[in-house]
Every structure is written in C-alpha cells, then in structure tokens.
Write a protein that binds this ligand. Sequence first.
Ligand code: C2E
Ligand code: MG
Ligand code: MG
Ligand code: MG
Length: 289
Amino acid sequence: KQRGGNGYRLFEPEMEKAEAVIRRIELDLHDAVRNDELVLHYQPQVDLRSGQITGVEALLRWRRPDGSLMAPGHFLPVAEETGLIVPITEWVLHEACGQLVRWSKEGLTLRMAVNLSGVLFHRVDMQHMLTEAITTTGAQPAQLELELTESVLIHNADIVNRQFKALRELGTAIAVDDFGTGYASLGYLSRLVIDRIKFDKSFMDRLESSETDQTILRSMIMLCRNLGIRMTAEGIERPEQARWLAAHRCEEGQGFYFGRPQTPDRVEALVRASLPHWHQEMEGMISPI
Ligand code: C2E
Ligand code: MG
Ligand code: MG
Ligand code: MG
C-alpha cells in the first residue's frame, strides 16, 4: 500500500509533464502555419514492373524554431483535437498542389498523394477545400490522390462516402492507407468508391518470417486485381521484399528502399536518374529501360 501510494505520487508529475508538453505544442502550433514552419517531404512511389517513379506521397514535418524537424505523429493528434488540422490541411493541399505545378513546369508529371485526417470530414467540406487549392495553384485534380486510413473509413463510412463522391467528381483518386491493420474486409471496401489500397508496412515486416502473411498478401493482390483496385505496398526496406512483390505482381511499392521522404529537388534528381539504384538490385524482375 505504502509503495502504491508513492507510485501514485511519482506518476502524477509525469502526467503533468506530458500535459505541459502537449500544451506547449498546441501553443506553438497556432503560429506554425503563419510563421511558415510547416514543411512537406515527398516519398517516391515506384512501379514494380518498370522501376519508374510514378508518384510521391506528401508527408508533413514541422520545422521548430531550434531547427529540428518534428514528425507528424507528435503534433497531428494535437492538431486534430484542437481543430488546427483544418488550416494545416489547407496549407498542405496548397503546398502539394503548388509543387505539382512547379514540377509540371519542369516537365515532370507525377501523381501526388496527400493524407487526410478523418476529423476533417466532420468539420469542413473537403471538396470545397480541395477546389480552393486547385484553383489558386492551377494543379490538375486528376494528378491528386487522397489517402485515408482504413479505420477512418470504417468509423465514418457514411459521411466519408458522401464526400468521396464529390471529390471523385473532380477527378481526384481515393486511396485506403494502412490496409490490413483494422477490420475492413476487401468485400466491404469494394462497396466504397476507392481507387487504391495501400498494404500496411506490417505485412513487409512479417513477409520473410510468415508464410501466412505471404498467402494473405498474394490473395489481396489477386483480389485487388479482380476488383480493379490499384495497389501499393508500403514500408519496403529491402530488395528481397521488392523482388517478392514484383514477382507476385503487386503494382507499386513505397519504402525506404526506394527512397525516404525527401525534399522536392532530391525527388526530382531521383526521377531524372536514368538508372536508379534499385534497377540493378531487382534485375530480372523489372524490364530494362
Ligand atoms: P502514412 O501515410 O502511412 O505514411 C507512411 C509513414 O511511414 C511515413 O511516416 C513514412 O516516413 C514512413 N515510412 C515510409 N517508408 C518506410 C519504411 O520503409 N520503413 C519505415 N520504418 N517507415 C517508412 P511519417 O512521415 O512519420 O508519417 C506518419 C503518419 O502521419 C502518416 O502515415 C500519415 O498517416 C500521417 N501524416 C503525414 N503527413 C500528413 C498530413 O499532411 N496530413 C495528415 N492528416 N496526416 C499526415
Ligand atoms: Mg499515407
Ligand atoms: Mg500508410
Ligand atoms: Mg500510417
């Protein structure tokens, strides 16, 4: 009992410290958009048949006054709770669309994937927000793909599906992120209007050790193909994983193996490299260019 009491007293200041950190983030985050502290990095998505980069995913970072970059997992939950996610997403869409236009002026045509939080669909009209970003930048809506996680889709199916229709009318594609972590079945997802499924990184983590996971992944690839849904495997870190996926006809891959989230000029250099490093590593799997 005595120790339990002590434990409790030790626990409380820890909680207060954690809450203080969150309050600090909340305060600073209010100024982050205005002070131009948000940054997008872009991670390549690769066609596993040709080895070409077909698109990028925009991933948000926060450059703190001390120069460090904060990962989205640390501040997005606060942004969602406080509603700051709305101006942040406006900024993200505007920046990502602006980058598409800058690339296109340099002769680079890529698909741009942007992540959306589920809370947005309850707070704002996403078609309106997207239209705003498209018209002010001049980006092509058909080059955009919006990523929503599997759990967001399950828990907000009605409201999200209603807004999906409007978004797809603009020509924008919808992708299911982190597929395989929740409880959505492919049958359920086929009733929503979705264009792409992204297999969660956890499949890659278990690929070499679990035959069951290989079987599941193979079946998901087949099902996607039969349902006419595009597919991307996330979290590819090693050439063996990329080779396995290519051999089993997964269309696209994304992961540190192909490239980390990086600045636009680095992505551009990678796209323009005539033979990216993975061409040699995946020899026999992808056709030479
Ligand atoms: P996500 O959309 O599933 O993005 C993939 C995450 O996995 C990214 O983390 C990326 O850096 C990381 N990743 C990619 N390839 C590999 C790999 O091979 N190995 C490992 N270990 N990790 C890999 P990040 O950038 O920290 O983003 C985390 C999550 O934050 C994203 O998951 C997404 O859900 C969310 N997020 C990022 N940017 C935004 C945004 O602009 N808006 C919203 N609403 N959410 C965002
Ligand atoms: Mg994503
Ligand atoms: Mg993901
Ligand atoms: Mg994720």
